[in-house]
Every structure is written in C-alpha cells, then in structure tokens.
Design a binder for this molecule. Structure first.
Ligand SMILES: CC(=O)N[C@H]1[C@@H](O[C@@H]2[C@H](O)[C@H](O)[C@@H](O)[C@H](O)[C@H]2O)O[C@H](CO)[C@@H](O)[C@@H]1O
Ligand SMILES: [Zn+2]
Length: 294
C-alpha cells in the first residue's frame, strides 16, 4: 500500500455538489497543502432538478452519469484526487426530497441498511486512516433524506472503524454561524437588484445554521481557494448557478444564497485545539501520529 501523507481528511456527502457547496475552500486548501483528501459521495443525484434548459433531457441514470462527470470536474478544480462512490457507482440511489414517494424506492439511500452502508464506509476509513472526518449534523443540514442518511452512515462507520482499530481523532459537522448567515443575507438582499436571481433564499434555507457559540472551527479559503470553490461549484452546472463576482449562487429553485469562502465547523468528537477559547483555524490542530497507534 502506498504511503499516504501524514495529514488525511475524509468528507462524507450525499450528492455530487454538496462537497463543493459546504467544503470547497477547505478541500482546496488542504489539497494544496499536501494533505490527503478523500471524498465519499453516497449517491449520484439522479433525482435532481436540472438548471440549464439544454441539459433538461438528462434524467435518471443519464443524469447520474452526468453528475458523476460534474463531480470529477469539480474535484479537478479543488485538486482532490481520491473520490469514492459509497458501495460503488450506483449502489445507493438518490432518495428525492423528504416526503416524496421517491423515498420509498427500495434502491434509494434512504432505504439502505445503515450498518451495511457503514461497513462499506468503514473499509475506506480503515484504508485511509483519516485524522479528521467531516459530515452533516443529525438533520443532514436541512432535512434531505440522503443528507440525514449520510450523517447516520458516517457516524456509524466511525464507530465501526474505531472498534476495528482506527479511532478517528476529530469529527466535525458542517455549520454556519447564525450571525454570519444573517449578515451575509442582509448584504445579499441589498445587492439583489444587480444579481441574476429574482429573489433571495432565507437564513433558514442554509444548511447547518446554529448559534455562533456552537461553531468551534473556521477555515478561511482566502482568495486562492475561494476561486477554486466557485469554479468547483460552477462545474456542477446542472445543480448550481454561480453569479458573476462569485459572491452568491442559486440552486434550481433560483433563490440567491451567499457563497461562503470561509467555511465553519462544529467539533463533535475529539479535543478542540483552539487558543484562548478562539475557534480552531486548522481542522488537524492537535492531531498527532500517536493516534495511529490506537
Ligand atoms: C444541495 C442538494 O442537496 N441538492 C439535492 C436536492 O436538490 C434540490 C431539489 O431538487 C429541490 O426540489 C429543488 O427545489 C432544489 O433547488 C434542489 O437543490 O435534492 C435532489 C433530489 O434528491 C438532489 O439530487 C440534489 O443533489
Ligand atoms: Zn445534497
């Protein structure tokens, strides 16, 4: 087995596009710094709506294949080379939005056996031996069944891997501090007349918004990685429209929302290593190879 870099980050996401929206700047930064970044995406998003009219013929498996290609293009923008589809391509289907009959499809991720899916993910964890795991909170950020299931599978896989010899030192959930979201939307509403979107989403539409004091880490993408994040989001052209200036985007609902170039996290497993009560600015802070002896 080839020797992996000393710092290894694992991210678990539901659909192609979530990784760039939630963690694009973080992934770009750590990839650029030489850390090993592994993305596990749980479905191909074949039930998604499609934004560009010229691509609206893409549905079902054809859309899934197209979104797999979009994911590859997005990861090229971020410099991420280790991309896995949970259980292999097409193993788990897109479950559709919560409450739809799609959720009852026996092949969809929402119907998956969590322990079986987690065992598959635990194999990746035991192979990569990451110091950091990033995924969603128990609500999946915004209540989408695939996001909730990704959370459940990721947290269960971390338990299984821990019992099998690799305890992931730090586990984070994707977050946005409420004050940051509120300020960003206030600016967005002022700028709306100059934007290519008819209206703005609401703070409650942003996944993972919590009171500021629950946010324990922030990763500032800076200009370089912010540009990579916007390019990665643009690569998901069936799902995301990024406005000129790259300060906001919209999904297929055409509701403008801020494009955050600083990304925020809540540490839910492990020891925080912030200084003087300040937020961590490095997700690997406090991790050592000593954990590998665990
Ligand atoms: C960001 C995300 O998780 N997107 C999912 C989501 O897509 C949304 C869905 O199509 C909804 O109906 C639209 O109004 C919204 O604009 C979309 O973002 O759900 C899809 C179906 O499960 C999924 O493929 C997509 O990746
Ligand atoms: Zn998603």
């Amino acid at each position: 087995m080839t020797e992996l870099p000393s710092r290894r980050l694992l991210l678990v996401h539901a659909h192609p596009d979530d990784e760039s929206i939630n963690n694009g700047a973080t992934m770009a930064r750590y990839a650029a710094e030489g850390a090993h970044v592994t993305l596990v995406t749980c479905t191909l998003g074949e039930r998604g709506e499609v934004i560009p009219p010229e691509l609206r013929h893409l549905t079902g498996a054809a859309l899934g294949e197209h979104r797999k290609a979009e994911l590859a293009a997005a990861m090229a923008e971020l410099g991420v080379h280790d991309v896995r589809l949970l259980g292999g391509p097409g193993r788990y289907g897109d479950s559709g939005m919560m409450g739809l009959p799609d959720n009852d499809d026996p092949a969809c991720f929402w119907q998956a056996d969590v322990d079986e899916a987690a065992a598959s993910l635990a194999e990746v964890i035991l192979e990569v031996r990451p110091q950091v795991l990033v995924t969603y909170d128990e609500d999946g950020g915004y209540g989408h069944p695939d996001h909730i299931q990704a959370h459940r599978v990721a947290m269960r896989a971390a338990e299984l891997a821990g019992a099998a010899g690799w305890r992931i030192p730090k586990v984070y959930w994707n977050r946005v501090p409420r004050s940051v979201a509120e300020d960003a939307f206030a600016r967005l509403r002022e700028e709306l007349p100059g934007l290519p979107f008819p209206s703005a989403a609401a703070v409650s539409d942003v996944p993972g918004v919590v009171d500021d004091d629950r946010v324990t880490a922030e990763i500032d993408g800076g200009a370089g990685h912010a540009a990579a994040k916007a390019a990665a989001m643009r690569a998901h052209a069936t799902q995301i429209a990024v406005a000129p200036g790259e300060r906001c985007f919209a999904l297929s609902n055409d509701l403008a929302q801020p494009l955050f170039t600083t990304e925020y996290y809540e540490l839910v497993r492990g020891e925080a290593a912030g200084h003087g009560g300040n937020r961590e600015t490095d997700l690997f802070a406090g991790t050592t190879d000593a954990a590998e002896a665990a």
